[in-house]
Design a protein around this ligand. Structure first.
Ligand SMILES: [Zn+2]
Length: 355
């Protein structure tokens, strides 16, 4: 098994240091900013991932074509993003920035669309690579993320729906059924809405759901439990969930659904804001890198059973850069099926104190 990795190397163009905010007294944090990828790249380098012979780092080769983009997104919406980029260049207090802040607190600069296009292109490139090559899996280390983007609306730090574009790209190569598993702590409302009437893509998500103490809906407010009708399965998480309980949930609820659907490939919206130390989620969790590692192992085994091991991760959320880096490393380490090189202190702790 070879693990292909891809970065969108110009992701740093989408960056706004003034976007650092405080979330309900939980202190400052790096929200959807360039440090997320910078830090995890450093972590992977320090752990010799790029020297591992089973890792293949793909060159980011191209931007998506208009045809590829319009398989998912409304052409008018794409025009709007391009138009807003020009406005941003031309004005000091751009309406585009205001437009996005009012909607979801999502910043937009003159380079945002360029970075989003490259993230989408890299995601498509990787998915096609795995679809074409037997015995490969992969991880797209891209930003901005995508799973809140609807066909005609940006939201929640997302502008183009990377995983949805990847799903359509592999279908264009002849894979009929695609299974998307989304473990970001937020429901992938954009992805669900894109495929809700489409039997050829199954969307399954675990996420926070319900209301906080003030009665406000937890972001994004969608994702009530479903029983798998219409090829959607939503599994709200209970507060305080830990590694073993999460692994159990995946084993009992997600894996049998994949096996029943018999997809030709499994795509994963990998959001690490489910991590115990992530500041953006609104429910407490105890999930750590160990949980992500073990979940990855289960998905690999299932992919080997149903679709020739074809499994591709796409980075979504994850805003504590240390937790993000360790967790992504744990997943890549597992995907590449190498001997575990090390365990993070948090992983060791978890093994000793099962939650
Ligand atoms: Zn999220």
């Amino acid at each position: 098994m070879t693990t292909a990795l891809i970065f969108n190397n110009n992701h740093y163009l989408h960056n706004d240091p003034s976007s650092e905010r405080r979330y309900k007294g939980r202190g400052p944090f790096n929200d959807e900013r360039k440090e997320r990828i910078d830090e995890l790249r450093k972590e992977l380098k320090a752990r010799y991932v790029f020297e591992n012979p089973t890792i293949n780092v793909l060159k980011e080769e191209r931007l998506p074509t208009l045809e590829e983009l319009t398989r998912v997104h409304d052409p008018k919406y794409l025009e709007e993003l391009e138009f807003l980029s020009y406005l941003e260049e031309a004005t000091e207090d751009p309406p585009s920035r205001k437009f996005f802040e009012e909607k979801e607190g999502t910043y937009f600069t003159e380079h945002t669309y360029t970075a989003a296009l490259s993230a989408a292109g890299a995601s498509i490139e990787l998915a096609e690579h795995v679809a074409r090559n037997s015995g490969t899996n992969g991880f797209a280390l891209v930003r901005p993320p995508g799973h809140h983007t609807r066909k005609d609306k940006a939201a929640g730090f997302c502008f183009l729906n990377n995983v949805a574009l990847a799903a359509r790209a592999v279908q264009a190569l002849g894979i009929e059924r695609v299974f998307i598993f989304d473990f970001d702590v937020h429901h992938g409302d954009g992805t669900e809405s894109i495929f809700e009437n489409d039997r050829s893509v199954f969307y399954c998500s675990t996420h926070q759901h319900g209301t906080d103490k003030e009665g406000d809906l937890l972001y994004p407010g969608t994702g009530a439990a479903t029983n798998g009708n219409k090829f959607i399965k939503n599994i709200p998480l209970r507060a305080g969930i830990g590694n073993e309980t999460y692994e159990d949930l995946v084993r009992k609820e997600v894996l049998p659904t994949i096996k029943k659907y018999k997809p030709g490939i499994i795509l994963v919206s990998a959001g690490f804001d489910l991590h115990r130390d992530d500041p953006v989620k609104e429910i407490p969790t105890k999930v750590t890198a160990t949980g992500f590692r073990k979940t990855t192992r289960m998905l690999l085994d299932t992919a080997a059973d149903v679709c020739d091991g074809k499994l591709v991760y796409f980075l979504e959320g994850g805003y504590n850069t240390r937790a993000l880096s360790k967790s992504v490393y744990a997943c890549i380490n597992e995907l590449s099926s190498t001997k575990t090189l090390y365990q993070t202190p948090e992983e060791t702790t978890d093994l000793a104190h099962r939650v």
